[in-house]
Design a protein around this ligand. Structure first.
Ligand SMILES: Nc1ncnc2c1ncn2[C@@H]1O[C@H](COP(=O)(O)OP(=O)(O)OP(=O)(O)O)[C@@H](O)[C@H]1O
Ligand SMILES: [Mg+2]
Length: 365
């Protein structure tokens, strides 16, 4: 397997723990596979590769890995149900998802790779997998695209300050698998923030800038689903202006608002968004929609019907002004919900919502 120059730079580093933040399509999963093979060249090595979901293990790696190792004539045994390949030199490569990370306790490994680490529960590493490297002083590669300033960001920052650790950062363009025309076209399609994150591999965060009152701990609270029943109204803030279109699902609580869910639909398809909200929350309850004003214009993706009409035809009650509210007013309204003068935090976001609070502006004004 020939690596690109930046992949080679990461591979060549002799740090025990490597943290690589790279743009989409950089070649992260390919590099991960190469590193598995690199460690597996030696006899009796135990290698574990972890992806966020089982489906990703199968889709990202299984077929390519199996094919590559068969081509090399390294394979002794393939266990498809266990996603484990045993090599003729007695090394093993096992693929696992981090969904049920507790089940990974008890192993011991020479090399661990965690692909799309930003999408995983950090406890998978801190509580479960870190100790599995202790017996053999195993190495680890954490690789992924940034997802805001979450645990992956912390690890990437810390890697610069710890012995044995090294941090890397590469854009999609540097990966060499996507040409510059395509990247420019993506720049036009995405919001600035999404482009910076997905293609430029930046750990972007607005929470410290516009939403100065947002506190990652104090405004994040798990929603208590005991309070939720078939009749609880939901309030859906919808932003048609971004790709993908996004909806924040909120409920009113006795102190304010709780954002309990978020939905993204690629390709700006309002009908699909509506169907997804109905699939998750049913059609029996009141569903209020707070679309931004641009949605009243005809949406060419919806066969000439405006997004507002699609929402109404599907049972949503529209709450909308004729024009978008003044952005500064909206932002200060959200900030005061996040933290008011009396020190109360009346807007809570469930931790399962990973998007930036910026997208929740409309519903809160
Ligand atoms: N060194 C390489 N040589 C040849 N092809 C490569 C190389 N690295 C990556 N590729 C190809 O580039 C494409 C993207 O690679 P890969 O899936 O590893 O990227 P990724 O960063 O994991 O992408 P995503 O962000 O979608 O997860 C794949 O088709 C892969 O086969
Ligand atoms: Mg990948």
């Amino acid at each position: 397997m020939k690596l690109t120059q930046p992949q080679q730079t990461i591979s060549n580093s002799d740090a025990r723990f490597k943290v690589a933040a790279c743009g989409r399509r950089f070649g992260k999963s390919w590099l991960a596979m190469n590193e598995m093979a690199k460690f597996a060249r030696f006899p009796d090595q135990r290698i574990l590769a972890v992806a966020p979901t089982y489906k990703q293990c199968k889709n990202i790696w299984w077929n390519d890995l199996r094919g590559m190792l068969l081509d090399l004539n390294w394979v002794k045994k393939i266990n498809e149900t266990d996603l484990t390949i045993t090599l003729v030199n007695s090394s093993t490569i096992t693929l696992r998802s981090s969904e049920n990370y507790d089940a990974l306790r008890g192993g011991k490994y020479n090399f661990l790779v965690m692909d799309e680490f930003a999408d995983m529960n950090p406890d998978a590493w801190f509580q479960v997998l870190r100790p599995t490297l202790s017996d053999m002083k195993g190495h680890a590669l954490f690789i992924g695209s940034p997802k805001g300033r979450n645990h992956f960001y912390d690890m990437w920052i810390n890697a610069d300050h710890n012995d044995d650790w090294e941090a890397f950062q590469y854009t999609t363009l540097e990966g060499g698998n996507v040409d510059s025309d395509e990247i420019e076209s993506a720049r036009l399609d995405l919001s600035d923030r999404d482009f910076e994150q997905e293609y430029m591999s930046q750990f972007v965060s607005y929470s410290g800038v516009i939403f100065y009152a947002f506190d990652d701990k104090l405004n994040r609270q798990k929603y208590n689903w005991d309070q939720f029943n078939d009749r609880t109204p939901i309030h859906c803030a919808i932003d048609f202006n971004v790709s993908p279109i996004t909806a924040s699902i909120c409920v009113k609580t006795n102190t304010g608002l709780h954002i309990i869910d978020e939905i993204e639909i690629y390709g700006s398809n309002t009908m699909e968004l509506v169907q997804e909200i109905n699939r998750r929350y049913g059609t029996a309850r009141q569903r209020y929609a707070y679309p931004d004003a641009t949605g009243s214009r005809t949406n060419t993706n919806s066969m000439g019907t405006s997004d507002h009409i699609i929402l109404q035809n599907n049972g949503f009650k529209l709450v909308t002004g004729k024009t978008n509210p003044n952005v500064n007013e909206s932002i200060s309204a959200v900030n005061s919900l996040l933290l008011n003068g009396a020190g109360e935090r009346n807007l809570q976001i469930d931790p399962k919502c990973v998007k930036n609070p910026r997208m929740h502006v409309e519903v809160c004004v």
